[in-house]
Design a protein around this ligand. Structure first.
Ligand SMILES: [Zn+2]
Length: 453
């Protein structure tokens, strides 16, 4: 059974799912108001790797990740640009999915949008008001965190400590600075919905609770997100579930920051580099490899040199994949190397240790190449097969066919036709021309393939 570091117990625990063989996870998705940055790229890759790994281990995974399409930031940005907030959210959601595709992040099974869940949120808020856990001020409905058992669990601080550290706000109607809005009342000129609590919109923390419980039900297996979401966002999600006497996530997982130099990557610190800029300038697989090479809870450093190094590792992976593409299909009788698979599984089972898992893959690649050089085909193929399976488990798509210019492809087809006509002189001329363009063409089972000359 895989184990993960659970933020609420602060230790690595077995994550046995509530229903045997079925794993339910909810990950806070993006607030679509701007270009995603590297931190977004990281969290989405971490949970994509977890999801792929659990599936590979035989779990049926149900993965829900929301789109926050109503938020103060969306409204503010739309105001600046003088467009409708709905349109801004729609545009940036498209940007998001486009980037996810480039990163080879698989779509969640469900991607609820906050604006489709307003009724359910209002029902929750009404329940919390009725039970006395929430109260009304002139600008909205607030949850009284003092009434929530164990508030501070995810922040790893108790209520008194949190209160003394909280920013003193001007809002004197709030009973505590830690109390947070479930429903924000706004003027009717703003974007909002009618409700028993006045015209307004939901608080961010309320959105995820409605969607997670609404789709996955009580006691779902894992709630994840970036480390910066543990407090207050996740703390406040949990607080609402406690206030409603409903069981929430059984485990909590948080991934580390992206660092540029020594600083956390975030827009407010001014070191904002967009994910698009990165993917435009580098093979998107390099970022995935970088994420997999670091433990998910550690800070991830991104520099041009580190990305280049990852690109070199990818070249090595691709060269290996090209070398073994045909032989692996031909030798379907050879079984996966058990030592490689077990080494990988052991690492990944222990708090998703992908850096160690990946090093097992690279060892297998080295052994496969070494054995193949010596003509030990069985050993080569069993290592190669294992490495290829594990690379795909990490979501690293190998390029086992060298991409060539159209011109080269046309010549290769002409050469093939010439050979079929037994016109070997013509076939040799085509081969020489291909060589002049920098490629070597080789015949293979499935037709032909290329190498760099
Ligand atoms: Zn959330």
């Amino acid at each position: 059974m895989p184990r993960l570091f659970d933020t609420q117990s602060s230790e690595i625990v077995e994550i046995a799912p509530r229903v045997e063989g079925q794993f339910s996870m909810y990950v806070c998705g993006p607030t679509v108001y701007d270009e995603p940055h590297l931190g977004h790229g990281r969290f989405t890759l971490v949970y994509d790797i977890l999801r792929r790994y659990l599936r590979y281990r035989g779990f049926e995974v149900r993965f829900v990740s929301n789109i926050t399409d109503v938020d103060d930031k969306i409204i503010a940005r739309a105001g600046e640009l003088q467009i409708k907030p709905e349109d801004l959210a729609k545009n940036y959601e498209e940007v998001w999915w486009d980037l996810m595709e480039r990163l080879a992040v698989q779509r969640p099974d469900e991607t609820p949008h906050a604006t489709d869940w307003i009724d359910q949120m209002l029902e929750m808020v009404a329940g919390m008001v009725a039970s006395g856990a929430a109260y009304e001020t002139s600008d909205g409905i607030y949850l009284e965190v003092a009434k929530v058992d164990g508030y501070g669990l995810l922040a790893r601080q108790n209520l008194a400590e949190l209160r003394s550290g909280a920013r003193v706000e001007v809002d004197e109607q709030k009973k505590s600075p830690l109390d947070f809005a479930l429903w924000k009342r706004t003027s009717e000129e703003e974007w909002g919905w009618n409700s028993p609590f006045g015209f307004g919109r939901p608080g961010w923390h309320t959105e995820c609770v409605a969607m997670a419980l609404g789709i996955l039900g009580e006691g779902f297996d894992l709630h994840g997100g970036g480390m910066d979401l543990a407090f207050p966002h996740h703390e406040n999600e949990r607080a609402q579930a406690v206030a409603m006497h409903r069981s929430f996530a059984r485990h909590w997982m948080h991934n580390g920051f992206v660092m540029v130099g020594d600083e956390k990557m975030s827009k407010s610190l001014g070191n904002f580099t967009t994910l698009k800029e990165l993917l435009d300038s580098t093979d998107p697989r390099a970022y995935r490899l970088l994420v997999a090479r670091s433990h998910y809870r550690s800070p991830l450093e991104v520099t041009a040199e580190i990305l280049q190094d990852a690109s070199r590792s990818l070249e090595r992976i691709d060269a290996f994949a090209r070398r073994f593409a045909d032989v692996v299909t031909q030798r379907s009788d050879v079984v996966l190397n058990k030592v490689v698979i077990d080494g990988f599984n052991d690492a990944m089972d222990e708090d998703l240790n992908s850096p160690v898992g990946l090093s097992r893959v690279f060892e297998a690649i080295t052994r496969a190449n070494f054995a193949q050089d010596r003509g030990h085909v069985e050993e080569a193929v069993s290592n190669a097969k294992a490495a290829l399976l594990l690379l795909s488990t990490l979501g690293i798509v190998v390029q086992d066919r060298l991409e060539v210019p159209e011109e080269v492809m046309v010549l290769a087809k002409q050469r093939k036709a010439a050979r079929a006509d037994r016109d070997f002189a013509a076939a040799d001329r085509y081969r020489d021309e291909i060589l002049r363009l920098g490629y070597v063409v080789e015949d293979s089972e499935s037709g032909f393939r290329f190498k760099r000359a």
